[in-house]
Each structure stands twice: as structure tokens, then as C-alpha cells.
Ligand binder design. Sequence first.
Ligand code: SF4
Length: 436
Amino acid sequence: MENETLFSEDTEPPGTMTGLVVAQNEVTDFFSSPTNNSQPSLAKSKPERLYFPFKDSPRSRAFRKKHYPDISRIEWFDWRWQFQNAIRDVQVLDTIIHLSDNERQAMMHPSGDLPVAITPYYASLISTEDPSSPLRRSVVPVVDECLHTKGEEEDPLCEDADSPVPGIVHRYPDRVLFLVTDICATYCRYCTRSRIFGRQHQCFIDTAKWEKALAYIESNPNIRDVLLSGGDPLTLSDEKLEWLLSRLKDIPHVELIRIGTKAPVVLPQRITPALVSMLKKYHPLWMSIHITHPDELTPEMSAACIRLADAGIPLGSQTVLLSGINDSVSTMSRLVHGLLQIRVRPYYLYQCDPIPGSSHFRTPISKGLEIIQGLRGHTTGYAVPTYVVDAPGGGGKIPLLPEYATGWDKGDLLMRNYEGNIFRYPDNHAESKDIH
Ligand code: SF4
């Protein structure tokens, strides 16, 4: 197996930081191949020597030399090393980013099920001194997570109610969400699915559960589109992921496979040449990349996206609107323009879902509308994501737009343009309507 070959020479990566051995053991099984011998076997991937042959940024190089002096550049660029050495321990994190009392308390007394894990690469992007900096707030817990306010629910989108078999959410007629894992390389504090991470016995990396989910998809000819999500599907080994993709590809009515991931952002080393050559066998394959802030647009992340785009994988972004993190027109402009440069089309801007302890992240709806208004017309439409509220109660994604249509007058539609000027369109084919 790929990982066995990789680690047979060196079972524990040298320079592993104190306190991380437990975390490493927790993920050992994670790299193993599908265990059910009845499953089709796929060709073994060759071990890669240069996992991510891109130049590291001066920032990440300086960080590695300071905090991981015994780790070589090759190890740093090995996604498995990054994954296994994700920072979970309060003492380790404190040596890197000087935790505030608030953060330290939140790490020592977690309020919910959402674990803490931050890849060393992503830690290198975080402000060491400022607890209010955007990337730090998105991955380091604070005590506000204990504050549960009105309207918050563990499963606000009622995904569990739309789950006919474990791992499948079937809400829309022609597509399903397939939750293939409950593991991420780095955990976002505002995660909609934070409820799944603490369910000790509900781990989705279970081939028996995958088989049931695949059987459900096979038996529903209306399903033409499958979105692999979790957790993060790109934390699976190439071998496991290919097993899933090949099984889906064999289902005649599945026309499209999509992958939702944050790996290019928190673990860009994962986008190896071997991964992209495997993925491109399963076209049409689309990818939605979860990105939060322009500070995540690093040389490494850009190289990962360009590599995916070069493999013909259409890339879209998904961003959660977060108070004090990305809730301004200027921040969002920098983000969407940076994304277009690396061939990622801004796709969705989500209103933050009301999970327990999320009030410090949520913005008023007017903020999302203000951002869309600040983008639309001021830049190309390719840069403007669709702003949606995923309706609590299971109503699905509902798009929200600033009020561009202001009414009718003598059969004309009155419209406001991006500069605030009113224009008329002769809506001759519609029933006559007037402004009231
Ligand atoms: S990467 Fe996605 S699934 Fe994982 S913690 Fe972040 S939002 Fe949740």
C-alpha cells in the first residue's frame, strides 16, 4: 500500500513534536486501503519522492526552520506528514501562536464535538500575536463557542432528516450529498457539520456504510449528480478515493461527480501529481474549494489550484460569510479577484449556518447583500458568487439578491443599476403592473 511503502523506512517522521504521537496514532488506520477483500482492487500508486515539487514560500520556509528545524523540505511537502502532524495540543499551539487566555481556556475545556486540528502549513499562515486576525479566528477556538443562542441547532439544515442511509443526504431530486469521511485536516470553528465529528461510532470511513450509500445511489435513477463531502474527501488516500470514484463512475445514471474540499487551502501538499492524474480519469469531475479569506491565497495554494485546473477540473469556491473575518466589500473583492487569477470561479457565498456557539461568527443578512451589491457591476460577473442562505429546517439553498428590480410603471420594469441609477425596461410581454 502506498502509505506502507512511504513509511516503511521511517515509521515515525523525524522531528515529530511532543504531544502529537496520539494524534498520529489516531490517523494510522486512515491511510490503510479499503479492507474488504471483496472490493475491486486498483493498481497501487507508486510512492512519490517529490510530493509537491513547487517552491515553498519564504513565509512557510521561515516557519519550518523556526518550529520544525528537523523537518526537511521534502517532509514538509509530504501531505501525510502535514496531516499526521496537525496541531491538536494546547501546549504545542501555544509555542507557535502565543494563545490568549480566552483561546487557551477554550482549547482546554472544549464545548462541543468539533476537535481542534491545524496543519503545520496552515499554522504558518496564522498571526502569532493577534487573536482577532482572520485565519486565527477561523481555526482556533474561543470561549464564545460555549454561548448557545436562540435559533441555533446541532443540525440546522436538518440533513439527518433527509438521510435515507448513513452518509447520504438526499434533499434535491437529482443529486445527493455523500458524506464519505468525518475527518478534516484542519477544523473550521464555524463548520455546519460540527455535529458529525464527535460521533465516535459513526465514522463514515467504513466500507460497509459506503456500500449501502452506493447501493442507494444505484437504486435511484434520478440521481445524476453526486457531491462527495464530509469531512474532507481529500483526506482519504488516493487508493480509497479512486475506489469510490470508480464505483460511482460505473453507475450509468451518475453523470457528474463533484468533490467539496478545503485541502488546497489547508493542505495544498495534498494536490500531488499522482492525485490529479487519478482524478482526471473520472471526468466530468468538478471541485468546490472552501476558502475564507485572501490571506489563504498563498503561492502553495495557488500552485495546487493551477495544477487541478490544468487537469481539466472546473474549480469553484465556497465561502462562509464570517463576522470580522471576511465581511467587507474590500476583503471579499481581494478574495474573488485572487481566485479568478488562479482559475477558481467564485461560486457560493454562504450565510453562516446557526450551529451552536456560532453567534460570534454570524453577520446580519444585510451585510451579505451589501457585499454582493459592492461586487456586482463593479467587477466581472465571473467574480460575483451567489449569496445563499441554506434555509434552517431543510429548505435548501435560497439565493438572496439586493433589490435591483424596484417595481413597474406603465408596463415598464424599473431597475436600479450598480451606480444606483434607475432604468426602465419595456416589459411588453408581461401583464401590466404598476407600482403601488
Ligand atoms: S473543512 Fe469543511 S467539513 Fe471540515 S471543518 Fe471545515 S467546514 Fe467543516
